[in-house]
Design a protein around this ligand. Structure first.
Ligand SMILES: NC(=O)NCCC[C@H](N)C(=O)O
Length: 399
């Protein structure tokens, strides 16, 4: 087993962490889907089939696929992880001390698989174990209210952790519906036998960063989107941290529009080769970047803003960063951007996975010599994320 390491977006992919959607998706209703960051109510069986097919495409290209649920179950077999998992599940502010104590004591006695399921799919008040005495909290909540929130966005493993060189950065997620994902990934990387010696990047920083905003443009060069999710404070803290660890020499902070359509940098731009990106046409000429570099005495100097493509080429030490021209009219471009046409996952330089529905974007990629491996995502896409969002590379070969 080779050690985890990711130095680029496009080096041959060897190992990836995915999450096969499970019962947490069955918690979505028209009343809670907005808050839980889904645009619709997915058909869960079909979403699982689509995801299985996605995993098969990766395996077919020799990629080792780790599934988060398996990884979490193995993690929770460690008694310290189990105890921490119970603490992560129970929120006394919601349940009050009495019900909180009773749920903690119940979960302390369940096996790793059951606890993993509660951590992922949550628990409703009617699913709580029966307990003695009257609890006002139990009486005043409705049977289908959540005693433990479900985490339907675990599907997007890209955002909750990201490897930068040989270190893993555990995200500090912005949206309340996703914050508890951090605790689960924290447990996996602390206690899973395969990962427990993993060095951390970013450490205990708390300013928001999400993996969908982090692009490894080249070894030592990061672009970090700053918008709806990752904040300027998050980008600056991550830059300071990667400079201090010596795992990057340049960080580009890239302002992106604060909107749902462009929630992460990887919704408008992903790399398809060592010197090429596919990019939302409307972002092409408007994206800018601040360039951050270490001063050598623990400080950081900031230059710019400059056009993103110029700043990126300069930082990467190449003449120019090619943008595959999707040549789309504004309406088609907007539709396919919304459907994650720009959110490709590279398996190697010039080989990417994309949603098949983005016919025009995929055709232009193919014309430019990029092999697109199409997957269906009619149900998966209801969470608003594509192949890159749904994958956390753990090992890529060097370019
Ligand atoms: N990197 C990404 O763009 N991830 C997609 C995350 C979708 C999820 N429903 C969210 O709103 O956070």
């Amino acid at each position: 087993m080779t050690a985890p390491r990711v130095d680029s977006e496009v080096g041959p992919l060897r190992t990836v962490l995915l999450h096969r959607p499970g019962n947490e998706l069955k918690r979505l209703t028209p009343r809670n889907n907005d808050q839980l960051l889904f645009d619709g109510i997915p058909w869960v069986d079909r979403a699982q089939e689509e995801h299985d097919a996605f995993a098969e495409v990766l395996r077919g290209r020799g990629v080792e696929v780790l599934l988060l649920a398996d990884t979490l179950r193995t993690t929770l077999a460690d008694t310290r992880a189990h105890a921490a998992g119970v603490r992560a599940a129970v929120d006394d502010r919601r349940l009050g001390a009495e019900l909180g104590d009773s749920l903690r004591s119940h979960l302390s006695g369940v096996d790793a698989a059951t606890l993993a399921e509660v951590l992922m799919a949550g628990m409703t008040f009617e699913e709580l174990p029966a307990s003695e005495g009257a609890s006002l909290v139990r009486m005043m909540n409705r049977p289908h209210d959540f005693a433990v929130d479900p985490l339907p966005n675990l599907l997007f493993t890209r955002d909750s952790s990201a490897w930068i060189g040989g270190r893993v950065a555990i995200s500090s997620l912005t949206m309340p519906a996703r914050r508890r994902e951090t605790l689960l990934l924290d447990l996996v990387y602390a206690y899973h036998p395969r990962f427990r010696h993993a060095d951390r990047a970013y450490g205990a920083h708390s300013a928001p960063i999400e993996g969908g905003d982090i692009l490894l443009l080249a070894p030592g060069v990061l672009a970090i989107g700053v918008g709806e999710r990752t904040t300027a404070a998050g980008a600056e803290s991550l830059a300071r941290s990667v400079f201090a660890d010596g795992i990057a020499h340049t960080v580009l902070a890239v302002p992106i529009e604060q909107s749902r359509a462009t929630m992460h940098l990887d919704t408008v731009c992903t790399m398809v080769a060592a010197d090429a990106v596919v990019m939302y046409p409307l972002a092409r000429d408007s994206l800018t970047a601040f360039t951050l570099r270490p001063t050598g005495d623990g400080g950081v100097k900031v230059a710019g803003p400059a056009p993103f493509l110029d700043a990126a080429a300069e930082a990467m030490g190449i003449e120019r960063l090619r943008v595959i021209d999707t040549g789309l009219d504004p309406v088609t471009a907007e539709r396919e951007q919304w459907d994650d046409g720009n959110n490709t996952l590279a398996l190697a330089p010039g080989v990417v996975v994309g949603y098949e529905r983005n016919i025009e974007t995929n055709a232009r990629l193919a014309e430019a010599g990029v092999e697109v491996l199409p997957i269906t995502g009619s149900e998966l896409g209801s969470g608003r994320g594509g192949p890159r969002c749904m994958s956390c590379p753990i090992r890529r070969d060097p370019l």
